[in-house]
Design a protein around this ligand. Sequence first.
Ligand code: GLC
Length: 518
Amino acid sequence: MAAAKTTAKKAKSATEEKKIEVSGTAETKKAAAKKNSVRATASKTNYDKKKILFVASEATPFIATGGLAEVIGSLSCALAKNNNFDVRVVIPMYSDIKKELRDQFTYLGNIYVHLAWRNQYCGIFQYIKDNVTFYFIDNEFYFKRPGCYGYYDDGERFAFFSRAVLEIMPFLNFYPEVMHCHDWQAALAAIYLKTNYCFRKEYQFTRALFTIHNIEYQGRFSLDLLSDLFDIYGSYQYLVEYGNSINLMKGAIECCEKFSTVSPRYAEEIKNEYFAHGLDPIIRRNEFKLCGILNGIDDVGYSCENDEHLFANYSPEDFSNKAVCKKQLQKMLNLPQKASTPVISMVTRLAAHKGLDLVTTVIEEILQEDVQFVILGTGESHYEGYFKDLARRYPEKFSANIVFNGDLSRKIYSGSDIFLMPSKSEPCGLSQMIACRYGTIPIVRETGGLYDSIKPLKNGYTFTNYNAHDMMYVVKQAIFDYKNKEEWEKLMYRAATTDFSWRNSAKAYEALYLDMLK
Ligand code: GLC
């Protein structure tokens, strides 16, 4: 305990600027004065920077179940690189975070967090990476379990997490100007700020930005839990109540200063019933504070030139080694090693909104063409069974890989020719951008971020209606175009050189933060 306190003190004092005692000879005085002035400049620039705190339930490289983690990891890094903001991130300390990483975390200390009648231990760990400070909220009762979500007490786990986020601020002496909360698991941080903390002096300048990565998951709970679990006064019930239950996403939208989605198109779409999973009236009512910013990807991590997972590396200027990637992939998946047969791939969660019913409707007709089809992903068991059966019936043409495997995904992105993503809805989608980076041509449905990132004939193929035969027509067109090697290579070049970095989007977030601080 005493040791813990000392470490905490040390960490705190490290952030404070301390003057060097000026004593001794003229030489040492000079040196000390120089050192002090360097420190003064450093502290001034740091002091000048506005503070941003990301609040999220996952972040790469620590823990990831989907695109959210990649965005938290890579956007925070891009913002820190621009050096205009002091960027920090807070996530729960799950036991699934790899030991190699956990071993490098610094224990800063612990506090106790009140939540209604509960009083829970909250350890605070820190890790600094690429100029971003990551904090981890430790409580083994809540987070020492396999995976991140899907427990009966998820509401309580993320209420504790959100409350802890606000409670660690005095401990760290860090009150961000913008608390950027992501998805329903962090929604309560925005709600608590508005209903409680903003009345305290230290928190008066903190504003909440809430980003919706997927409106399907809203965090709905029984109204009975309002005070007993979520610790929200009855007078604030109207903020979180929706459809006769507690809806945390709705609460965050009401309480935040601004809210955003991960593509401009999705920001428009969720005003409609078809996309909003019941929240469209709330979105429309709060439309004045909504905007959409397209996600980027980590374009250094996803690069055909440097990716160590690939069978061979290549570049947009010289795609010749992509043929090696394709041949080795075909070999690995027991498909005939035919260079001239286009390989279509899907790397996806096997969930209905990914457009899998379109695929199952016409796949057998597509397989009549000279084509090979590779699918990678896990999900709903009926899709898993369907694709396994298809692979059994078409062993020379269809490969079903019902696993979650990062290494294989990169081998598939690079070793295939066409990438299919026919989502029914897609807030942003990262896979279509990753495919492009490897010179693999995406075919997407025009929705959400797919619409914003892929433009017909510029860097891929698109279709408008959620219709299996519309999709099949475009797939057949791509198979046909693939034979025209010269034009196809030009298309590959345009796709691989499309700018999907965070450069523009990070600037858009910076402008949004500044706008919020006006
Ligand atoms: C969610 C969305 C996906 C988006 C990702 C990152 O997983 O479903 O479209 O790319 O979040 O924002």
